[in-house]
Design a protein around this ligand. Structure first.
Ligand code: GDP
Length: 433
């Protein structure tokens, strides 16, 4: 028989409230044991909870009968006062009952998936939602958790199966009516290439979704002492980077998360890019160069007392920024911004510029669903299978490639090939989720 699992589902105590969840066949018997009754389903009822003669808490209790509960099993929630002794008292009393043990991380969600309450893409969306720090990450995670990607993959799978049905019907023609078969063949080829192109566009757009989820990267580069660390601190409004008047003190790339008008970004304060004989500093500089080369944006900083920038490469995009405007006001190229990290002058404009850039780059209002490498890989496999199908020399091979494409879409929702990804996906959850 399945174990019944119990865990604290809310945050770290002490808090105003704590929620303990129970899922499995012994859940309602446990409610009966502690509360002395089983309250009506799907509403909160005030109950006194006892362990033997001692009162543990006065709590709100709700039961959700399976299979329509969140986990698909009988589920109960205790909404307790959020003190550590209350929580440990209730958990101890619960796990002393037969068939009840503490849950593993992600075990509730795993049961919800196993019982068909969620598909795999929804599980990933839920993990993203719990981790979301910005509004755009939350919106994207909610769309994923709501099943939007599973539905999209299912529609694509259906389209592949329809072409497959036609291809299989074509197999019967092939023997005696060669000209009909040939016309069907040409039509199918066109249809398949059109489908593959449509998929390629979706995949190309996935970097946008991934950036919303993982955050944009912005490398702050420039010679030593121009004020890179001071700028990173001023932008993030915290003292993450070490600021000193001694050149070459930032020896490694320091990464600081910032929120650009609802879009997550990471500022990378790079080590002063200069020639050096110090091996530790040289390593920092090498890392800084590598990181800057893959960043979504490079802020190239110069100081007002020496207003020169190195020539900007074609990519990634560059912003030329002149710091220390409080010291001097030199002539500037039209695309440069001027700030003073020391006085705060121009910082509002810099923030606005970055925010506009972040919105233009990620377009958070437009749906973008392929936020995970797993989703992108499945769609890419499907695209290449569709191209194989289009160029297949024989109807039998075409049918085989179409089956492979449908199979790739099945991986999104976890209908096929789930075993190798389950552990990786569920390891992102905390206990109680
Ligand atoms: P980094 O080496 O480029 O990271 O530069 P730091 O941020 O460590 O700054 C180097 C020095 O310049 C420090 O003494 C800062 O206080 C100073 N500094 C930074 N920004 C400004 C500014 O806007 N105006 C002035 N006057 N000094 C600044």
């Amino acid at each position: 028989m399945t174990d019944t699992i119990a865990a604290l589902a809310s945050g770290r105590p002490p808090a105003a409230l704590a929620v303990i969840r129970l899922s499995g066949p012994a859940a309602f018997a446990a409610v009966q044991a502690l509360a002395g009754r089983i309250p009506p389903p799907r509403r909160l009822s005030l109950c006194q909870l006892h362990a033997g003669d001692s009162l543990l808490d006065e709590a709100l209790v709700a039961i959700f009968p399976g299979p329509t509960s969140a986990s698909g099993e009988d589920l109960a929630e205790f909404h307790l006062h959020g003190g550590p002794a209350v929580i440990s008292g209730v958990l101890t009393a619960l796990t002393a009952l037969p068939g009840i043990r503490l849950a593993e991380p992600g075990e509730y969600t795993r049961r919800a998936f196993a019982n068909g309450r969620m598909d795999l893409a929804q599980v990933e969306g839920l993990a993203d939602l719990v981790a979301a720090e910005t509004a755009s990450q939350r919106d994207q995670a909610l769309a994923l958790a709501g099943g939007a990607l599973g539905r999209l993959a299912d529609q694509w799978r259906e389209r592949c199966l329809m072409v497959l049905a036609e291809a299989e019907a074509g197999l019967d023609f092939a023997e005696d009516e060669a000209d009909v078969a040939e016309r069907l063949d040409e039509a199918a080829r066109h249809q398949l290439l059109a489908l593959a192109d449509e998929l390629a566009a979706l995949i190309a757009d996935s970097s946008r979704a991934m950036r919303i989820r993982d955050g944009l990267t912005i490398a702050v580069t420039g010679p030593p002492n121009v004020g890179k660390s001071s700028l990173v601190n001023a932008l993030s409004m915290r003292d993450a980077a070490i600021v000193t008047p001694i050149a070459g003190t930032t020896r490694d790339a320091i990464e600081v998360p910032i929120d650009l008008g609802g879009i997550a970004a990471v500022l990378i304060d790079t080590a002063g890019l200069r020639d050096t004989t110090d091996p530790i500093e040289a390593e920092g500089i090498a890392r800084a160069r590598a990181r800057a080369a893959t960043a979504d944006l490079v802020i190239s900083v110069a100081s007002a007392d020496s207003p020169h920038w190195p020539p900007a490469p074609e990519s990634p995009p560059h912003l030329r920024l002149l710091n220390k405007s409080d010291l001097a006001q030199p002539e500037l190229p039209p695309d440069a911004l001027t700030v003073s990290a020391a006085t705060g002058a121009g910082m509002g404009q810099l923030r606005d510029w970055l925010s506009t850039w972040a919105h233009t780059t990620t377009r958070p209002g437009e749906p973008a669903l392929l936020a995970h490498a797993r989703h992108r890989a499945a769609f890419a496999d499907a695209e290449s299978a569709l191209r194989d199908a289009a160029h297949a020399p024989e109807p039998v091979l075409r049918a085989e490639s179409l089956r492979a494409a449908a199979h790739a879409f099945g991986r999104i929702a976890g209908r096929v090939d789930v075993d190798d990804v389950l552990d990786r996906i569920f390891s992102r959850f905390c206990i109680g989720k």
